[in-house]
Design a protein around this ligand. Structure first.
Ligand SMILES: C[S@@+](CC[C@H](N)C(=O)[O-])C[C@H]1O[C@@H](n2cnc3c(N)ncnc32)[C@H](O)[C@@H]1O
Length: 456
């Protein structure tokens, strides 16, 4: 077992980095990511970014220089793909000119960057790829940043080092951790406590002092690496920045009360911590920025935004778009609703199930969740409901960006089209299934049956 160390210096982070660097997009077969990696969230983020573009355009944009959207810890690249698709449609509708938009996907490992570069779904001149370590000292290589910067960080701040402190009776102790084991799956962290240290950093020391005076009988995490990253991004952007992050967060000070040592939730070879987004909001407000979040109502996922800069009229459009697309009904709401609907699917009509798919923005994971019930009903449904299902299947497939470890979407669509007696189209999807998922007897047999139906 290692000697006790501050949480951010523990070996657990090296194990985690090695896992992500070695496994690249294959890591996502083990990591739950569907709640953020979907068309609903892509469209909501795109709508907020459009609000931001409308706000910053009032302050003047340099139309000859790129406007960068940078994604941190972009993982398999699905979010980037969906987001740019949605953003393109919104941007076309804007009544003013914009600079060329460039979307830079970044992550830790070289292998991930190579996978993006060779993925035909990302072969689009608007995408750029780079290695960037959120926890490192090196800056992002962006060339000249003449326009405001948009940064997206989904499930990234929960995956980078943070410290933990116990606050009690006006005193502070640091939570130390020792680790046993050689990989994340087998590691066993053991917490102890030691004297708190100073960061020699005015923001971090003032933040810890704030918690010492405002909280009692709890343990907080201090996301100093995330704060350092935001600081570097502000510098790069000349303090004109929108950062959007979907994560498992404690967003308010009240939600930091009565906590104990942080739980390292293990997902296969990686783990995650709850993110102290309150600390990031505190940092933003201390430096003239603002924070948007969903308050205390979220259990699994909040989408939070940090805003820096002061365009004429403020960030009114960004705030409006955030309220409308993320706060009123957000990704967590959709995921709860979809799970509930899956449970009662046998009692719902085809049209009702298709309405869920429409609400999801044509999400493949949601479709797969109710596919069994769609199959039960497809053949007997009325023609209008059948047309609704056809539309849902094609739109879902159009948007789909495959990630390792997923169920076979083209096969599922093929089966549903078969039920609709669309045999030619079903064959196309069964063939796509063979191409993407390899040889399969059931799929070959389905193709034969479709062909015999077509010969009748
Ligand atoms: C839980 S995954 C989220 C991936 C993706 N954003 C999503 O929502 O599906 C965390 C991602 O952060 C990346 N990551 C972890 N530590 C990092 C670091 N220090 N710098 C940059 N990326 C990091 C991992 O490689 C991984 O892609």
């Amino acid at each position: 077992m290692d000697a006790p160390a501050p949480l951010s210096q523990s070996r657990v982070w090296e194990l985690q980095r090695a896992f992500y660097e070695d496994n690249a997009s294959e890591a996502f077969a083990e990591i739950p990511h569907q709640i953020v990696d979907n068309p609903f969230v892509a469209a909501a983020f795109a709508r907020v970014v459009v609000g931001y573009l409308r706000d910053v355009a009032r302050g003047g944009l340099d139309l000859d220089e790129p406007l960068y959207i940078v994604e941190l810890g972009a993982g398999p690249g699905r979010f980037a793909h969906g987001f740019m698709r949605e953003l393109g449609a919104f941007v076309e509708a804007l009544p003013f000119a914009l600079p060329p938009i460039r979307y830079l996907l970044t992550d830790l490992g070289e292998r991930t960057v190579r996978q993006w570069a060779s993925n035909p779904a990302l072969a689009d001149g608007r995408f750029e790829f780079a290695r960037f370590d959120v926890a490192g000292e090196e800056g992002l290589e962006l060339g000249r940043v003449a326009n405001p910067l948009v940064v997206i960080a989904n499930y990234v701040f929960d995956s980078i080092p943070a410290d933990a402190f116990a606050i009690s009776g006006g005193g502070v102790q640091e939570c130390l951790v020792s680790v046993e084991g050689t990989d994340v799956a087998s590691m066993r962290p053991v917490f102890s406590r030691g004297p708190a240290r100073s960061y020699d950093d005015p923001d971090l020391d003032a933040l810890l002092e704030h918690y010492r005076t405002q909280l009692d009988g709890t343990v907080i995490t201090l996301p100093h690496v995330a704060i350092g990253c935001v600081r570097r991004l502000r510098e790069l952007a000349g303090d004109r920045l929108l950062l959007l992050a979907a994560d498992k967060t404690h967003s308010t000070e009240a939600s930091l009360a009565q906590r104990s040592e942080p739980e390292l939730s293990v997902h296969g070879g990686s783990f995650s911590l709850m993110v102290n987004f309150h600390a990031l909001a505190w940092y933003a407000e201390r430096h003239g920025g603002a924070a948007l979040h969903g308050g205390d109502r979220h259990m699994a996922l909040d989408v939070v935004a940090l805003l820096f800069g002061s365009p004429p009229g403020g960030h009114a459009e960004t705030r409006l778009a955030y309220t409308d697309t993320l706060d009123r009904f957000g990704p967590e709401d959709l995921s709860f609703l979809a799970e509930g609907i899956e449970r009662v699917a046998p009692q719902l009509s085809l049209a009702e199930l298709v309405a869920l798919l429409r609400l999801s923005g044509w999400d493949a994971f949601t479709l797969l969740g109710v596919a069994g019930q769609l199959r039960e009903q497809a053949a007997e449904a009325d023609p209008a409901a059948q047309d609704g299902l056809r539309e849902a299947l094609l739109k879902t497939y159009e948007r789909h960006f495959p990630v390792p470890g997923e169920a076979d979407l083209p096969f599922t669509i093929g089966v549903l089209l078969f039920e609709l007696e669309d045999y030619e189209e079903a064959i196309e999807f069964f063939e796509a299934s063979l191409e993407q998922h390899g040889p399969d007897e059931a799929t070959e047999r389905n193709i034969d049956i479709c062909e015999s139906q077509l010969r009748r």
